[in-house]
Write a protein that binds this ligand. Structure first.
Ligand code: FVH
Length: 285
């Protein structure tokens, strides 16, 4: 069903979102601080609002995708929001999402916070996911329209939950990146073809290893970190071996040394029989 939807912010991501809504047949009103960025969308049928207030007045669902939360507040300052659903897809911290939710609700709006797990080119395509948290009724009412952007996944009433999970997923991504960069440094030192290493060896290995992660979650939920895979003592020895091998190859293991230190700390507490899941408790100390 076609809806009236307004999009505030036409940077790379906001333009992709507005374009996906137009492609899905919605009536889209757009606003951007630099109006010229709206030209391609207007050519495709979007309506350009002269002010944020005009854009908000045009639609029950208002999507904001701006640089940061400060710019969202700046843009919406003094704009009547009563009766609107504000879906803020700007990246930020959980505390900012909670503050924004309280503020929007005070203005008479319903609030959803969103974490976009995609780059602009992925919007409306396979693999794109947007996490939403905040008012369930508002999500349910607009879920179908939001599905035009990416798979919509509701993760809870706490408005801070979507940004928290967004940050958690980015954390996992950076951890994987760090390991791959260290691996490339080692392989480069041996002059092995890097593309062959990443494509044929590393990526399939990382995909296989990713299947271990749900078992860590189960161990944490059960409070039982015994393992039948490789325990921390084995991993401690493995890390020592890695560091020596890196040194012999003339490469630094800098990015992984904090992990080595964490394992050693846990083993020194007499917990070498545990699996890697126990390291999470070490981070909470
Ligand atoms: N691009 C990406 O891959 C990531 C994917 C995950 C989610 N992020 C977040 O999305 C937000 C917007 O990102 P973006 O890629 O669209 O960013 P830009 O192309 O730089 O556009 C920024 C827009 O914000 C407007 N803006 C900035 N400051 C203000 C302000 N003070 N008042 C009003 N508007 C402001 C800017 O306007 P203009 O420069 O065109 O006039 C753009 O519309 C962001 O949170 C990412 O972390 C994207």
């Amino acid at each position: 069903m076609s809806e009236n939807i307004s999009v505030l912010g036409l940077g790379l991501m906001g333009s992709a979102l507005a374009g996906a809504l137009l492609a899905a047949g919605h009536r889209v009103t757009v606003w951007n601080r630099t109006p010229a960025k709206a030209d391609p969308l207007v050519a495709r049928g979007a309506t350009l609002a002269a002010t944020p207030a005009e854009a908000v007045a045009a639609s029950p669902l208002v999507i904001a995708c701006l640089l940061d939360y400060a710019s969202v507040r700046e843009v919406l300052d003094g704009v009547p929001l009563r009766g609107r659903v504000l879906a803020n897809l700007t990246t930020g911290r959980p505390s900012e999402a909670r503050e924004s939710a309280s503020w929007a609700i005070e203005q008479g709006a319903e609030y959803l916070d969103g974490g976009i797990m995609a780059v602009p080119q992925m919007i409306a395509g396979p693999g794109a996911l947007i996490l939403y948290s905040g008012e369930r009724a508002a999500f349910d009412r607009h879920e179908q329209a939001l599905a035009a952007l990416a798979e919509p996944r509701y993760v809870g009433e706490d408005p801070g939950m979507a940004p928290l999970l967004d940050l958690a997923m980015l954390t996992g991504m950076y951890g994987q990146f760090v390991g791959a960069l260290e691996a490339l440094a080692l392989v480069r030192s041996a002059k092995f073809p890097l593309t062959e290493f990443t494509t044929d060896l590393l990526v399939p290995w990382l995909n296989a290893m990713a299947t271990l992660q749900p078992a860590w979650a189960q161990a944490l939920e059960a409070g039982d970190h015994r393992t039948e895979v490789s325990n921390l003592e084995v991993n401690r020895a493995g890390m020592e071996n890695l560091e020596r091998a890196f040194t012999e190859q003339g490469v630094r293991l800098d990015l992984l040394l904090p992990v080595k230190a964490l394992i050693e700390r846990r083993v020194a507490k007499g917990l070498g029989h545990e699996g890697l899941s126990g390291l999470v408790l070490e981070l909470e100390d």
